[in-house]
Design a protein around this ligand. Sequence first.
Ligand code: SF4
Length: 250
Amino acid sequence: MTRALSAYIRPEIENTPFCPGCGHGTLMGTILRAIDDLGLDMDDMLFVSGIGCAGWISSPHFNADTLHTLHGRAIAFATGAKLVNPALKVMVIGGDGDLTSIGGNHLIHAARRDIDLTVVCANNMIYGMTGGQAASTTPLGCFSATTPAGNPYRPFDLCKLLDGAGARYVARFAITQPVELRESIKKALKIKGFTFVEAISPCPTQFGRRNQLDQASDMIHYLQQHCIPKETATGNEEPDMIITGEFVGA
Ligand code: SF4
């Protein structure tokens, strides 16, 4: 980081609320390093989040203006803020349950309207903070609080969804790929219009312990073994493999 930590994190913050092994701390650091690399001024930015563990990444930690809003409604609030003050660099940070399940309609229509927002979706494949329920991203067959016999539904491929909705930049990387993830967030922030970065972020507490990935290290190993760069993917991968890369606007 080129600037002091206090330029990014509120001085009164001593700890994060994240569980041991949660990926959200890594994602928080990656977002701030991307902002630092670009030399953006936090005073020119607004961070908007909804409800869920990922909603805590920007609020209360970031030393900037933040809006911590209703469950699923972060993009609606961000759209309003951007319309009122177009000079703001507006970033939405939230989880998959918040942004793509409860707030899925806001997400696709903000992309369709090309609202000038950067959305970072921390996808942990489950509702974390609200109790471990299945989300629209929970893989087929995986266990959650609401799918004790295994999830019978296919998950969204968020990057394909946002591609179809017209986003100008779409990428997916896991927090086990911090360099690629950081560069991706930088690229998203530099593009005018709607940009979307999916960050696969492990949740050992709600997802891992129900899916034989009890230890924090188990989830890290899982991501390392299941992420495949799109350049080497054949299209015949098993459904549990995670294709990573830049899908639109590379
Ligand atoms: S419940 Fe899951 S997503 Fe939430 S802080 Fe704990 S590990 Fe992270």
